[in-house]
Write a protein that binds this ligand. Structure first.
Ligand code: FDA
Length: 346
């Protein structure tokens, strides 16, 4: 791992820096490139703009590791409000949630119940209490309600439609998060799980998910992990990513109707995957794959893929606890620190 990346990840964990830097105007200004604002309404406005380009959005409130039930329930209530607001804005409700925000750290059962509440809201937005969703539409929703897993959402449409994604946090949470996904996806089709190519265990995790109509978001991985658990060398992480893409586009996976969102901004990797997908009979629309990126990163590529007809979805983060999240984005590309400095002098 590079020195700059290490320093930025360390900065993301510094309480002092978080408390001070969040008040510095030039840092706030620079962060707007990746985070349209602190309120969910800011994220919603950005999502509506992307919808005009045929790009769907997933909303995610920054922050993790909630430590008590009341806070976890407050986050759940918040997400239910956001679902109502997405319906009201004419957008398919789609979220990307961190299990530790919903209570995974201290009560896996509570976390699961909170996720169920989120699914219920997405499925029946007309039941969201009006004080929680002042603008909620009156008609019922279309997602989540899949009492029979015999008819899962098929083809690339699953990425175009709303879906609740379960993020993957650091390696300490992988077993618990996979267990959560297995239980939740047995009840709700419109859910997907994030897997990280830097983890040595991920090929085996994919093998175990393939028979279960899995919906997978493949990322490279954003946390600091020891070499015994994750590949330390970026080249190995990249090659692991492509090897996993190959597995997810293999005949057994496609026959099992595994659907994959390749979440990366890496243009070379995307091109390799496009070629691989085509060689496996996966064209553009009507395929089992799609692409995902983060708000503000490689907008050109997002637009180009959407214009080419691939399902594209963008994760839009918002919230007041943005500093650690923002530092992790800088760590992914330390060259972006120049952008922060430009805002200091510009
Ligand atoms: P990589 O870091 O290899 O960079 C390749 C190229 O992409 C760069 O050369 C540059 O061109 C471009 N690029 C990448 N980052 C950039 C930036 N910040 N600014 C400008 N250009 C940039 N991780 C995790 O551990 N758990 C999770 O749940 C998720 N969820 C998630 C959802 C979505 C939709 C995305 C897109 C990503 C995640 N991630 C994640 C983050 C992921 O693990 C990874 O850290 C980032 O996507 C960066 O890796 P890339 O594959 O994009 O490319």
């Amino acid at each position: 791992m590079g020195l700059a990346r290490n320093a930025l990840i360390a900065a993301s964990q510094s309480r002092w820096l978080r408390e001070h830097a969040m008040r510095w105007r030039f840092v706030r200004r620079a962060s707007r490139r990746f985070l349209p604002g602190e309120r969910y309404e800011d994220a919603l406005a950005a999502a509506s703009e992307l919808a005009e380009l045929g790009i769907t959005s997933m909303l995610s409130r920054v922050g993790e590791n909630i430590t008590n039930a009341a806070e976890a329930e407050a986050v759940t209530d918040h997400y239910i409000t956001v679902i109502g607001a997405m319906w009201a804005a004419g957008l398919e409700p789609s979220l990307s949630v961190k299990p530790t925000q919903l209570g995974l750290d201290f009560d896996a059962g509570l976390c699961e119940r909170n996720l169920d509440r989120i699914f219920k809201a997405a499925q029946y937005p007309n039941l969201i209490p009006s004080e929680q969703a002042p603008l909620s539409r009156t008609q019922g929703g279309t997602m989540g309600a899949d009492p029979s897993r015999k008819s899962p959402p098929t083809v690339g449409a699953y990425i175009k439609r709303g879906i609740i994604w379960i993020d993957m946090e650091s390696s300490a949470y992988v077993d618990r998060t996979l267990e959560l996904y297995r239980r939740i996806s047995a009840r709700h089709s419109y859910t997907g799980i994030c897997l990280q190519s830097y983890l040595r265990r991920t090929p085996a995790d994919i093998d175990s998910l393939i028979p279960h109509l899995a919906v997978i978001r493949l990322v490279k991985g954003a946390y600091r992990e020891p070499p015994s658990i994750a590949f330390p060398d970026k080249r190995d992480v990249d090659e692991a990513y492509f090897a996993l893409a190959d597995k997810l586009l293999s005949k057994p996976a496609l026959d099992a109707d595994v659907r994959t969102a390749f979440a990366t901004h890496d243009p070379i990797m995307i091109e390799r995957i496009v070629q691989l997908a085509k060689s496996r009979g996966q064209g553009r629309l009507g395929t089992n794959i799609g692409f995902q990126m983060l708000y503000g990163i490689r907008r050109d590529l997002q637009r180009q893929l959407a214009a080419d007809g691939w399902p594209v979805s963008v994760l839009i983060s918002y919230g007041t606890y943005w500093f650690p999240w923002y530092m992790r984005r800088l760590a992914e590309r330390p060259a972006n620190v120049w952008f922060v400095l430009k805002n200091l002098f510009g």
